[in-house]
Ligand binder design. Structure first.
Ligand SMILES: Cc1cc2nc3c(=O)[nH]c(=O)nc-3n(C[C@H](O)[C@H](O)[C@H](O)COP(=O)(O)O)c2cc1C
Length: 255
């Protein structure tokens, strides 16, 4: 079943990350609309606990290219960084002489991560609706401390994702997703009883990787997942301590 019932679903089903861009920057109007779209995403407890930084300084962008290992971001038409942000609400709490403890908890860190992530997808969908393309970049976390310093992030903020946006210079093949039976269960988690689904998907993905236009290779989904495990234990090992250094994940006393 893949026939979309309306243009929005059709666009969602046609999503692909774009990593090659035409030499054209976004207009201020486009940037404004993308931020507006992000801001109208659902937000946990209506706390709007994220911020978005447009990075336009070429020196900072070059550092991001280095951190992410994605020099092609320099060719994008605009670059956003999505920030988990309880700092703004901390200021409100301080002004009201309210105890800000809750803003430091794991719960509120997660709420900020949810908010920023959902806003990120709104930016992606809005960009695609404008004929633009984008790639979300978790790889800014390869050096979260450097990102914190580069962007001057205060306490109770944490960088989560970059988004490189621009006019697509290529149209990559759609990446096939898992069969629905693998990701959608009813009432109870479905333990794997039948391996044929995944085996079939391995074949589908292997055909995709073999025949796609660029960077084609021999690869199955299972092999991809296993190779992801080989990145090494040291990669992003500082993440937890950097999140804590920003003031998050304070443990709550049980009462
Ligand atoms: C949280 C998150 C982090 C990602 N980080 C990166 C990244 O650092 N570099 C990159 O090239 N793509 C990144 N991607 C894009 C994924 O690789 C891409 O969505 C996935 O391979 C599926 O391909 P598609 O988006 O073209 O369908 C990220 C996506 C998400 C949701």
């Amino acid at each position: 079943m893949s026939s979309a019932t309306n243009p929005i679903i059709e666009q969602l089903l046609a999503h692909r990350s774009i990593r090659q861009f035409k030499d054209k920057t976004l207009t201020n109007h486009q940037i404004h609309e993308l931020i507006e779209a992000a801001q109208h995403a659902s937000t946990s407890t209506f706390s709007q606990q994220y911020s978005i930084i447009s990075v336009t300084d070429q020196r900072i962008l070059s550092e991001f290219a280095e951190i992410t290992g994605h020099p092609w971001l320099l060719k994008s038409g605009h670059y956003f960084v999505m920030i988990a942000d309880q700092y703004r609400n901390l200021q409100i709490a301080r002004k009201a002489n309210a105890d800000p403890f809750v803003l430091h908890t794991t719960d509120k860190f997660l709420a900020a991560v949810f908010d920023a992530s959902i806003a990120t997808e709104n930016v992606m969908v809005a960009a695609e609706s404008m004929g633009l393309g984008a790639t979300i970049m978790g790889s800014i976390l390869n050096d979260s401390k450097r990102v914190i310093d580069l962007l001057g992030l205060p306490e109770l903020t944490f960088p989560l994702l970059g988004i490189a946006i621009g006019y697509p210079a290529d149209q990559p093949e759609l990446k096939p997703r898992l069969p629905q039976e693998e990701v959608h269960f009813v009432n109870q988690y479905q333990l794997p009883s039948d391996k044929t689904q995944l085996t079939q998907y391995d074949q589908v993905l292997s055909d995709y990787y073999r025949s796609r236009g660029s960077n084609n290779r021999v690869e199955t989904f299972s092999h991809h997942i296993v190779s992801e495990l080989g990145i090494g234990h040291h990669v992003r090992a500082d993440l937890l301590s950097n999140i804590k250094s920003q003031g998050f994940l304070i443990s709550q006393a049980e009462d």
